[in-house]
Design a protein around this ligand. Structure first.
Ligand code: SAM
Length: 252
């Protein structure tokens, strides 16, 4: 991105009272993917100085929690925690602040850059992996995820890891990102949190009939639809599709 354009986002941020020009990255990503909806509970990892927190709060008007190694100047209606997102003990503080599962986890955390491409990339991947681990724990089933990753050798591997956890996962670079920057964002939509996976063969107690006439069973409270099965039957089924809120099983 040309310097005058970079300055454009910098000036715009100042003018609108955003703490960081990165606020526009979140706005642009959200316009495209609709990650954050009104009323959502949001966790922001690596949140200082707070530009994303400001945007997240504006969009959701709900609970917003930010975590950073650095302190964050107060933002109305936003809770902040000074902690390291790679540390296990931080989770406890996050759970307390969120007070229930999050709808969206966003992470713009960046390591201190050394200028050594490989080292910076591997540190960034470590942070992104920590963010994914936190997201898997705190997100509700079907929840959304956004994380910054510096491009490099293991970027594809990381994207693949995200694809395993979300209904849809893809990489994206918003217009507000500098062209010369190595940063890329990974967007994960619809956390898959199912107690079954594709290929599982299980016995199911069909307790209801779904709206479209399929047999419906529950596995640990999770819906499994079995076309052709009838209420009252116990059937063996092979799971063929897993969505954030339900799975499909084929009669064996
Ligand atoms: N999105 C933010 C905004 O709009 O204001 C900007 C985030 S800034 C680019 C990256 C942040 O990641 C820094 O404030 C840094 O302290 C934080 N960070 C890096 N490693 C971290 C870690 N292990 N735990 C928590 N925060 C971390």
């Amino acid at each position: 991105m040309a310097r005058d354009q970079r300055d454009y986002f910098y000036r715009k941020a100042k003018e609108h009272g955003y703490r960081a020009r990165s606020a526009y990255k979140l706005q642009q990503i959200n316009q495209r993917f609709h990650l954050i909806q009104k009323g959502d509970k949001i966790l922001d990892l690596g949140a200082a100085p707070g530009g994303w927190l400001q945007v997240a709060k504006e969009i959701s008007l709900g609970t917003v929690v930010g975590v950073d190694l650095e302190g964050i100047k107060p933002i109305d209606g936003v809770t902040t925690i000074v902690a390291d997102i790679t540390k296990e003990e931080t989770l406890k503080k996050i759970y307390q602040a969120l007070d229930g599962p999050a709808d969206v986890v966003i992470c713009d955390a960046a390591p201190n850059l050394t200028g050594h491409w490989t080292l910076d990339h591997s540190r960034s991947i470590d942070l992104s992996r920590s963010a994914l681990a936190v997201a898997k724990k705190v997100l509700k089933p079907g929840g959304n995820f956004l994380v910054k990753v510096f491009q490099g050798d293991t970027f594809r591997e990381y994207l693949f890891e995200a694809k395993e956890e979300f209904r849809v996962a893809r990489s994206h670079s918003p217009a507000a990102s500098r062209k010369e920057s190595a940063e890329m964002y990974v967007v994960g939509l619809g956390l898959l949190k199912a107690p079954v996976k594709v290929g599982d063969e299980i016995d199911l107690d069909i307790v209801e009939t779904g709206k479209s006439g399929d047999g419906l069973a529950f596995v640990e409270g999770f819906k499994v639809f079995v076309p052709g099965a009838k209420k009252g039957e116990i059937v063996r089924a092979k799971i063929t599709d897993v969505r954030p809120n339900y799975a499909i099983g084929d009669l064996k």
